[in-house]
Design a protein around this ligand. Structure first.
Ligand code: SF4
Length: 297
């Protein structure tokens, strides 16, 4: 089956009207030959999970992450399996890895007859590490990891679930197994309103963008991570400022702090976290433009 037929089999022909039958960046599923055909595996990462649409990859196994805020954490990426990160964004197919996150922006038909994404304010620079990892995966350079290897891969390490993509798309039992052997972890989800993912509150923070969402998340048993507009100085009594932020005094990094690890079954005395918007476009697109609880899929 050629790649156009493979694409149409997965997605149908909805994009014909947009003249994007096969989006730029689309590659068919990785073949067994690609997996087996390389003699130069990249041992800095492993494939944890794949289905028709997504692949979950852990990196930073050999080389420490260069992320100055998180410190040395194994980074877990949730990527579109067949579309490059940029291709997924351009076509709106990033909904399969980002769900209803309002920071994805909205895909609109523009005056020139082409679709474009407006209002995107995700802080991840997807054309960098995420794209490099996806390309490495597409070349078949990552091995698959099994549950029996979690101890050797994650034992004594700190894990960041969701370096890009929403970690509720990692199977729950896989998250639990990795968390059981890891020294600590962090994770954030924008899908916390969806009851299908309620069990993930043991491990992840609800990502909230305004007061209403923070009250709702608390009422539903989630600890949360609230991003505030630059002008918003309010810190609620159930919150503390992220200690790795400038307003929190740049006291630490996530690998040492690890407060963003969900409720782990006991909310008592555990504060939620707040931070002033530190995204690249905080000034050009202030947080106030985010629609509360918006579903942009
Ligand atoms: S509160 Fe701690 S774990 Fe959460 S983002 Fe800040 S430094 Fe990282």
């Amino acid at each position: 089956m050629n790649r156009i037929k493979r694409y149409l089999k997965i997605y149908g022909d909805r994009d014909r009207t947009a003249r994007q039958v096969v989006p730029q960046g689309y590659r068919g599923p990785v073949t067994q030959a690609e997996y087996e055909g390389t003699d130069s595996y990249n041992d800095n990462g492993v494939i944890l999970f794949e289905d028709d649409l997504r692949v979950v990859i852990a990196t930073g196994l050999d080389t420490p992450s260069a992320n100055v805020k998180t410190g040395d954490m194994v980074q877990v990426w949730i990527l579109h399996r067949t579309l490059s990160p940029l291709g997924a964004i351009r076509t709106g197919r990033d909904n399969v890895i980002c769900g209803s996150c309002p920071h994805r922006g909205i895909r609109r038909l523009k005056a020139n007859g082409r679709y474009g994404v407006v209002g995107r304010r995700c802080y991840v620079e997807v054309d960098k590490a995420a794209t490099g990892i996806w390309r490495c995966y597409r070349r078949g350079r990552y091995r698959h990891a099994t549950a029996s290897q979690y101890e050797s891969l994650f034992g004594g390490r700190y894990v960041r679930f969701g370096a890009y993509g929403d970690p509720v798309y990692i199977p729950l039992d896989m998250v639990a197994s990795i968390a059981a052997v890891a020294k600590g972890w962090t994770g954030y989800t924008h899908q916390w309103l969806d009851s299908a993912y309620v069990e993930y509150r043991r491990f992840f923070m609800a990502s909230v963008d305004n007061d209403v969402e923070s009250f709702t998340a608390t009422a539903q048993g989630w600890r949360y991570f609230r991003v505030r507009a630059t002008s918003d100085l309010t810190v609620f009594t159930n919150e503390i400022r992220c200690p790795a932020s400038a307003e929190g005094g740049n006291l630490t990094t996530c690998d040492h702090c690890r407060l963003c690890s969900g409720s782990t079954g006991d909310m008592e005395g555990r504060k939620s976290i707040t931070i002033i918007d530190h995204s690249r476009i905080a000034k050009s697109q202030p947080l106030i433009s985010i629609t509360p609880l918006a579903a942009t899929a």
